[in-house]
Write a protein of this length. Structure first.
Length: 140
């Protein structure tokens, strides 16, 4: 099973969003690839600003419901959302989740993932970046 193949991958996008927003998503089955899939689904249904607001708010509620409100990280959340949006636009056509995941495996890697190309580790580990979106600080 690859990182894009999870229990949630078998659920359609609308149901995935509904489950997440209602608090029905189990935390032990919600990993990095599931975050990416959820962001993909929001961006497939809403314009970028609405997707950003809804996705961020849902993640904050999810973290708080687990008793870990400090898990939400604004810079990481927004960066992935914008990267996913860019990749969707560059594809030039509507893609299914499976097509998107197969075309963008770098987005599904968590440890030493794509953000390490754009951010210094000390930036991503900072409390400031956790609460306020920080622009990339590493040259490409």
């Amino acid at each position: 099973m690859n990182q894009a193949t999870t229990t949630e991958a078998m659920v359609n996008g609308e149901e995935l969003i509904r489950q997440f927003e209602s608090g029905a998503t189990r935390p032990e089955s919600f990993h990095h690839a599931d975050h990416v899939r959820l962001a993909f689904e929001y961006l497939s249904r809403y314009d970028v600003l609405e997707a950003l607001a809804r996705f961020s708010d849902a993640l904050k509620r999810f973290a708080a419901a687990q008793g870990k409100p400090t898990l939400y990280h604004e810079t990481i959340t927004w960066s992935y959302l914008f990267l996913i949006r860019e990749r969707l636009a560059r594809a030039g056509r509507v893609q299914s989740w499976d097509e998107f995941a197969a075309s963008n495996p770098d987005l599904l890697i968590w440890k030493a993932g794509v953000l390490s190309r754009f951010y210094r580790q000390e930036t991503l580990h900072s409390e400031f970046a956790r609460h306020i979106f920080v622009l990339p600080d590493r040259g490409l």
